[in-house]
Design a protein around this ligand. Structure first.
Ligand SMILES: [Zn+2]
Length: 498
């Protein structure tokens, strides 16, 4: 018997966690976080309790109640088993967006994660430069440790710091592999982050495919086309098909973004500031090419330089994206904890300057192409500065001149909370003269998801006997039904036999 259980990712955009069971083989496709489910209960200051996170999240329906799935240190401490063997063979990861991968951090390290090289490096950048995500390496918690005297009276509640690497298995695009009874073909598809793969699974009861998040209008149209062709050749019994933007009819392309940005930069006399997703390297590429075409340098924050460094250190991915030492790239060093970047180094020593930054960021202080606000401020017409929403304070030091522009290349708000946050960002750019009541910022963005016309092609050309809509709002499943005669609509926690 082969079955699929949907622990998230249906009647919802993201939070994908699909358990595939086939003759005793059990694999999860993705293990992501649902923004909508988390937002129902949690906020910045109201979170799952660290001491009880698994239980808190299971009680709220955010994590599946499955013994043997979660890290032993958490499970034992929180009273959810932890001594049993796991029945889950693996997680197959489509891509490293948090709605697909965030809850991997709770899993046992001996459950193998199959992912692309790109996904692995993106998760590594989260581990190294983020807030303790622990995707690739776990640090043991809740261990009691004897003091030096060795007496049980002196037990200390202190994290041991023991690190355990997760089992990560990097797959090759288009190259089949087996997880016990299931044969997996990972096929690259186009989406707004590198290394995204859809999957075709050959099980004992039939063939099934998962589109992952998919579009045709990025820099990898052919990947999506080939994925659909492969689906058609595979006589699919079931297609799990996303529908995030299935109710939309148009999508500008990634090269439209590049052209539009180039045009805006050409029309800007002074500084160009841009905001785009840090980990979307295809979008970075658009801004980089626009910088090159207009004779400017693209100044990026250390976090993005770190990711470029990881990609350029991989023999498989080297040269795909600009290196952080590329002649059109500058590394913008923001002020650190003490703000020593512009202080007299003979007083404040190089050692202190190093300590002003996180360990991972220090190497960039040695880069010849590093710059700071003084360089940008002095030569505004020479730069495109990538500035994230969390570093807007730099505007205070940079002081953009009249004739500067802001290009925003991020999703527009789709709920009240996001509108509220966006208003705050507008206040910053208004304050520093980049936007006025007459002149708005330049919104130049394309989505990671195909519109209805694109998804219709995926559905019709995949030629699957049955279809289950995933990664979409409940109201939008009507579109899947319009374009396929055998659509099964499923709810979270539902199990379906193949
Ligand atoms: Zn997604």
């Amino acid at each position: 018997m082969t079955s699929l259980t949907f622990y998230g990712g249906v009647k919802d955009i993201g939070g994908n966690k699909f358990l595939v069971e086939d003759r005793g083989t059990k694999i999860f496709m993705d293990f992501g976080m649902s923004f909508s489910a988390e937002n129902q209960y949690f906020s910045e200051y109201l979170k799952a309790r660290g001491s009880n996170s698994l239980i808190d999240m299971m009680e709220l329906g955010l994590l599946p109640k499955i013994k043997g799935l979660y890290r032993r240190d958490y499970a034992k401490h929180m009273g959810f088993g932890g001594d049993e063997e796991t029945e889950i063979n693996a997680v197959l990861l489509t891509h490293a967006h948090v709605d697909h991968c965030a809850y991997i951090r709770y899993l046992r390290p001996d459950i193998t994660i199959y992912c692309s090289e790109e996904s692995k490096l993106i998760m590594q950048s989260f581990d190294d430069t983020g807030n303790g995500e622990q995707y690739l390496e776990l640090t043991e918690k809740f261990g009691f440790h004897k003091s030096e005297k060795g007496s049980t009276k002196d037990l200390m509640v202190k994290d041991s710091g023991v690190k355990t690497p997760r089992k990560i298995q990097v797959f090759e695009s288009n190259k089949k592999f087996n997880i016990d009874s299931i044969e997996v073909t990972p096929l690259p598809v186009d989406h707004s982050i590198s290394g995204v793969h859809g999957f075709i699974l050959a099980t004992s009861e039939g063939m099934l495919a998962n589109t992952a998040d998919i579009r045709f209008h990025g820099r990898r149209t052919q990947d999506t086309e080939k994925f659909v062709e492969k689906c058609a050749e595979s006589s699919l019994d079931l297609l799990l098909c996303e529908g995030t933007r299935i109710n939309k009819t148009q999508s500008p392309t990634e090269s439209d973004v590049e052209n539009k940005v180039t045009e805006i930069v050409n029309d800007t006399e002074k500084l160009v500031i841009c905001g785009y997703p840090t980990r979307d390297l295809d979008r970075l590429q658009s801004f980089y090419l626009a910088a090159k075409a207009t004779g400017r340098d693209l100044a990026i924050e250390p976090r993005q330089a770190y990711l470029l460094q990881l990609f350029n250190s991989s023999s498989k991915l080297k040269g795909l994206y600009p290196s952080p030492t590329d002649k059109h790239i500058k590394i913008y060093i923001p002020k650190g904890e003490w703000g020593l970047i512009d202080k007299d180094i003979s007083v404040y020593t190089r050692k202190l300057l190093d300590e002003d930054y996180k360990v991972w960021a220090r190497e960039f202080l040695d880069y010849e192409n590093k710059i700071d606000y003084r360089d940008v401020s002095a030569k505004q017409s020479q730069f495109m500065l990538s500035l994230s929403d969390f570093k807007l304070q730099e505007l205070i030091d940079i002081k953009p001149n009249e004739g500067s522009s802001y290009i925003r290349s991020l999703t527009e708000p789709f709920d009240l909370e996001m509108e509220f946050k966006q208003k705050r960002i507008e206040n910053w750019f208004t304050r520093f003269g980049l936007i006025t009541s007459e002149k708005k910022w330049h919104q130049v963005h394309v989505s990671g998801h195909g519109d209805g016309n694109q998804i219709k092609i995926v559905i019709e050309n995949s030629n699957s006997k049955k279809l289950i809509p995933i990664h979409t709002e409940p109201k939008n499943e009507v579109y899947h039904k319009k374009w396929h005669t055998n659509v099964q609509s499923v709810n979270p926690q539902d199990s379906v036999k193949l």
